[in-house]
Design a protein around this ligand. Structure first.
Ligand code: ADP
Ligand code: MG
Length: 239
């Protein structure tokens, strides 16, 4: 269960660039929020601040009402999935997915159960004994997600997780993600610049430009009533 609140959150990097400017966003528990916008608009910076990988320059980040600004990443109970999914080549799928739980010294039988559950949700049950080199790109990305899921995090942060996949696999992964969301209902912040992903996966979409929020709304709302030409262009143009 997690409600994530960004309250006037800004990020200025040490070299002076204002990457994110006074963003206000309340992500309801279980909501799937999409962040879109052109390269350099502050999507990754926003996610990294929520994860605790970047400091917040001003404003407040709250998760379930608690201030997170100074809290270490590992104490935020959030799992991040990146586009480059580094799996351990010498480990099986099961071992890769179990790795975060081993680090946390979780009991063997619980590890086994968590991995089995995650594998089932992600359609990986048949592949648990394989090594990453014997998997397709889509399967590898699902293993990376499995590694995030096994920890039962309060929230998922995903930064363009499908951008390395071809169109067909992206389509399959969209379906996997929808199913995952229905089953787990975990609060998710998801960065993409794929319109189809944004329109089909998002409960709401946040459109960013130059570190500023241009509009926040449901896919339908943004499509029907874009706040400006920038949003219209971004949401309306075919991917
Ligand atoms: P996006 O993910 O939307 O492409 P980023 O959040 O990566 O955008 O970047 C937002 C802005 O912050 C860009 O102008 C980028 O050059 C700058 N930026 C990102 N990371 C750093 C960094 N570590 N140091 C300095 N500037 C950065
Ligand atoms: Mg980025």
């Amino acid at each position: 269960m997690a409600e994530i609140v960004l309250d006037q959150v800004s990020k200025r990097y040490p070299d002076g660039a204002l990457a994110v400017s006074e963003v206000n966003l309340t992500v309801a528990d279980g909501e799937f929020i999409i962040l879109v916008g052109p390269s350099g608009c502050g999507k990754s910076t926003t996610l990294n601040m929520v994860a605790g990988l970047e400091d917040i320059t001003s404003g407040e980040l709250r998760i379930d009402g608690e201030r997170m600004n100074e809290r270490a990443p590992k104490d935020r109970d959030i799992a991040m999935v990146f586009q480059s999914y580094a799996l351990y080549p010498h480990m099986t799928v099961r071992e890769n997915m179990a790795f975060p739980l081993r680090l946390a010294k979780v009991d063997d039988d619980i590890v086994r159960r968590k991995v089995d559950e995650a594998a089932q949700v992600l359609d990986l049950t048949e592949h648990l004994d394989r090594r990453p080199s014997n998997l397709s790109g889509g399967q590898r990305q699902r293993v990376a997600m499995g590694r995030a899921i096994v920890r039962d995090p309060k929230a998922f942060l995903m930064d363009e997780p499908l951008s390395n996949l071809d169109a067909k696999l992206r389509g399959q992964m969209r379906t996997s993600l929808s199913r995952l969301q229905k089953k787990l209902g975990t609060t998710t912040l998801y960065v993409t610049h794929d319109q189809t992903e944004a329109m089909t996966l998002g409960d709401r979409i946040v459109v960013l430009q130059g570190g500023n929020v241009q509009q926040i709304g449901t896919p339908q709302h943004l499509y029907d009533e874009p706040a400006n030409l920038f949003v219209a262009g971004f949401i309306g143009s075919p991917s």
